[in-house]
Structures are given as structure tokens and as C-alpha cells.
Write a protein that binds this ligand. Structure first.
Ligand code: UDX
Length: 447
């Protein structure tokens, strides 16, 4: 009989994973403790903006006309325990308030609720990003709590999906990593991922700690790469070099590669910043803190970018105070094709300028509702043109395609002053300058 799969936690990761598992042909039951989320997903609606996700959800959610009916949602742990052969735990692990460490309370409570319901053989698969050592601890907890005893096992299978590409990354991952303690667990996971593995996705089998570490070290590497190029941007500014050209030239070296070398206001979002901090905190607990002190520098280079953008904006409005100055901010989400504003550099810069007395007006193609919730006191406009109207300076802080396609001439006609600061090195300097704008980007010569 085909495997039956549950997905515990239906946030970004879980909702995508559940829909993708249904797409791969499995019967899937998604569980969340928030009834409103379950009601929404059961109606075929996705609570965030993620290209393609709603389509595959609607293709499979039971009760939607023409769907396969393979995907259902519940709030009942009992139902999940009875249903699943494989249980994927996809709850979030945010940063703890006031410290670097990761908050494991959602993962812990998912295991505490699920385990007592496991009365038949099952594989529990952790997907959440956790501090190394968590899987071993959770395996002990399962052994203590699951009525089926040794027939219930744990595996760790980190997730590498990127927001904005979540569906594709889940259906066609660039690698699958599984931390297992038995051949049975490996075999079950090979069955779950037979589709992508058949397409050639590498399947890497490890122990628990290595699987946990793959995820945190991958994110640390990506964060380091971004902060490296941002550090070079600082040097370029001091030496009158051009970081965009520098990155292009570096990227031709295959050992370096051209991806993740875009200098600008730096990284944000729900993963990279908190993951590198949690990694440092965990290394400290393990007595290996020296190994990761460089991540402190990666973090501070990144955070410095935001302050630097504020200073560039101050310079642009005359060098003194922001009082009475109008600042247009293009972008609110932490990256394009996402409505996620968690730790968004764009909103952080907008907020700092606002707190210093500037009149900030923000526009984002998808992130407006979330931005309003987080920063209700900022000004918001319905279009980029409206945001720019009367502005003393325009800040481009999230590289949406829509912003690259803006008509610089038309914006110039409504702007108070034609000064644009490109915080993502993504606009075409020639086009903006030709339209009469002073174009300035981070890490590049002034003209
Ligand atoms: C990241 C990892 O890529 C993913 O594998 C992991 O599962 C979760 O964390 P995500 O947070 O969706 O994914 O975004 P990502 O595309 O990695 O971008 C992170 C941040 O870095 C964004 O704010 C982006 O704007 C910034 N970035 C990215 C740069 O500033 N420069 C670059 O060259 C690339």
C-alpha cells in the first residue's frame, strides 16, 4: 500500500511540503494547532504569497472541484497518529527573545503531542532547522512516549527551500539529506523521495548530527558569501572601485561562482539571520565557539549595511536631519517574489529614517499588508509612482522586477528631487541617469 504522510505544522515549509507530497502521489494529512490556518488551507487558500503554491494546493485539497482529494488538513493529533506511516515535523524554530539561541518550544511541543498517538509503526522525520544534538534528544523522547515503542523511529531531513521558489525547490531539490539510524528509515525515505531521486537528485545519507549541521552550515556559507561581497563594497566605496564589476569578475572563477555575490543592503528574512545566530549560540554550548566567531563579523557586516543606507539617504537630503524630508522606499519584503517582511532590510531602513523624523512612504508589490502590521506608523502608497510623488530621495531596497521596469522618466516628473539610491545594485544606472536622475548604488562610484 502507498505510504500515508502527515505534515505537522503548516507554515511556509509545512504547507509547501504537504502540497508537494500530494503532488508526488501520496495521501497527505496536514496538521496545525491554529484552527484558522487549517480552515484556510482546507478551502484551498494559502496564507502567504508564494508563486505556484496555491495552484498545487487546489489541485489536491479534498473537497475542491476537480482535485485529486489526496490532501486534507486537521487539528487532531489523534487523527494524525492513526493516519501516518511517515510524519514530517515542519514547525518553526524562531530566535529566542533577547538571546541568540533558537526557540525549540514548537518542535518540542509537536513531539510531545504526536508521540503518545503513535500506536503503530511509524517514521517521524524532523525538517525544522534545529541546533545540532536536538535529533538525538528527540529520538529519546519518542522512545519514552510512543506506545509502539521501537517500531517508531526518528530521521532528520533538513529542508533547503527558498522563499519565492518553494514549490520548485521542494519538488526538484538540488539535494536530499537524510540523517538516519537504521536501514529501515533510509528505505522509507528513499520511497518518499523516489520521484526526485529518479530525476537525478543526489540522496546523501548521514548520521543525525551531520544532517542537522548541513542545514546550519549551508545557511552560514550563504550568509558569509553575501557579507563577503558587502565587505568588498565597503572597500570599493573607500577606494572608488565598483563592486558590481568586481563581483562579475570574481564570479567567472568557477570555484567562487557568481551567485550570492550581489552587494547591497544585505540579507534578511526568517532564516539566514536567526540561523547564523542560533549556530553561534549552539557552538558556544558545545565548547566550539571559537570556530564560529567569524559569523559574528558576518552578522555585523550585514547589519552595518542598513545603517550605511540610512547615512547615504541622509547625505542625499542635504546631510543633516531627516526632519521635514520626504523619503520614498521601494520595497518592504526581505526579497522579491515574497510577501515576507521578517527582518527585512528594506523595512528596517524605512523604520530608522522614520524614527529620525523623516516622512517615509513605502510601496511593495506584495508585502504591504504584512509591512503595515509590523510598522503601522510608516506611510504607505498604492503604487511606486505615488510613493515617489514629492520625494526628496528614492530608496530602492527590494529588487522586484516591477521596480526594474519602472519608467524613470515618468517617476522623474513627479519626484521632488531626482535622486535614487539603489540598495540592491539591480537598476540600470545608464537608464536612470539618462532620465535626469542622480543614481547612486552601494559600493559603486558616484557617477
Ligand atoms: C534561505 C536559503 O537560501 C534557503 O536554502 C534556506 O532553506 C532558507 O534560507 P531565503 O531566506 O528564502 O532562503 O532567501 P535567500 O534567497 O537565501 O535570500 C536571503 C537574503 O539574502 C535576502 O534578503 C536576499 O535579498 C539577500 N541576498 C541574496 C543578497 O543580499 N545578495 C545576494 O547575492 C543574494
Amino acid at each position: 500500500m502507498a505510504l500515508r504522510i502527515t505534515v505537522i505544522g503548516t507554515g511556509y515549509l509545512g504547507a509547501t511540503h504537504a502540497a508537494a507530497m500530494a503532488e508526488l502521489g501520496f495521501e497527505v494529512l496536514g496538521l496545525d494547532v491554529v484552527p484558522e490556518k487549517i480552515a484556510m488551507l482546507s478551502a484551498g487558500k494559502v496564507p502567504m504569497y508564494e508563486p505556484g503554491l496555491e495552484e498545487i494546493l487546489r489541485k489536491h485539497v479534498a473537497g475542491i472541484e476537480g482535485s485529486t482529494g489526496r490532501l486534507r488538513f486537521t487539528t487532531s493529533w489523534e487523527e494524525a497518529g492513526a493516519f501516518g506511516d511517515v510524519h514530517f515535523v515542519c514547525v518553526n524554530t524562531p530566535q529566542k527573545h533577547g538571546e541568540y539561541a533558537c526557540d525549540m518550544s514548537y518542535v518540542d511541543s509537536a513531539f510531545e503531542s504526536l508521540a503518545p498517538q503513535l500506536t503503530r509503526p511509524a517514521l517521524v522525520v524532523g525538517k525544522s532547522t534545529v541546533p545540532v544534538g536536538s535529533a538525538a534528544r528527540l529520538a529519546d523522547r519518542l522512545a519514552e512516549l510512543a506506545p509502539a515503542g521501537a517500531d517508531v523511529e526518528l530521521a532528520w531531513n533538513p529542508e533547503f527551500l527558498r522563499e519565492g521558489f518553494a514549490v520548485d525547490d521542494t519538488l526538484h531539490p538540488d539535494r536530499i539529506v537524510v540523517g538516519v539510524r537504521s536501514e529501515r528509515a533510509e528505505k522509507l525515505l528513499r520511497e518518499v523521495y523516489a520521484g526526485p531521486v529518479g530525476e537525478g537528485t543526489p540522496f546523501v545519507v548521514t548520521d543525525f548530527p551531520t544532517a542537522e549541521l548541513v542545514k546550519t552550515s549551508a545557511n552560514s556559507f550563504l550568509a558569509t558569501k553575501i557579507s563577503f561581497i558587502n565587505a568588498m563594497a565597503e572597500v570599493c566605496e573607500a577606494a572608488d572601485g565598483d563592486v558590481a564589476k568586481l563581483a562579475e569578475a570574481l564570479g567567472h572563477d568557477e570555484r567562487i561562482g557568481k551567485k550570492f555575490l550581489r552587494a547591497g543592503v544585505g540579507f534578511g528574512g526568517g532564516c539566514l539571520p536567526k540561523d547564523i545566530r542560533a549556530f553561534m549560540a549552539r557552538a558556544g554550548e558545545l565548547g566550539a565557539d571559537q570556530a564560529l566567531t567569524f559569523l559574528r563579523e558576518v552578522d555585523s557586516i550585514n547589519m552595518r549595511r542598513r545603517g550605511h543606507m540610512v547615512e547615504l539617504a541622509r547625505e542625499a537630503v542635504g546631510g543633516g536631519s531627516f526632519l521635514g524630508k520626504r523619503v520614498a522606499v521601494l520595497g518592504a519584503s526581505f526579497k522579491p517574489d515574497s510577501d515576507d517582511v521578517r527582518d527585512s532590510p528594506a523595512l528596517n531602513v524605512a523604520g530608522q529614517i522614520h524614527l529620525q523624523g523623516g516622512q517615509v512612504t513605502v510601496f511593495d508589490p506584495k508585502g504591504m499588508a504584512n509591512a503595515r502590521r509590523l510598522f503601522p506608523t510608516l506611510g504607505y502608497a498604492d503604487t511606486a509612482l505615488d510613493a515617489v510623488r514629492g520625494a526628496d530621495v528614492v530608496l530602492h531596497l527590494t529588487e522586484w522586477r516591477e521596480f526594474r521596469e519602472l519608467d524613470a522618466k515618468a517617476l522623474g516628473e513627479v519626484a521632488g528631487a531626482r535622486i535614487i539610491l539603489d540598495g540592491r545594485n539591480a537598476l540600470d544606472p545608464v537608464a536612470w541617469r539618462e532620465a535626469g536622475w542622480t543614481y547612486r548604488a552601494m559600493g559603486r562610484p558616484k557617477a
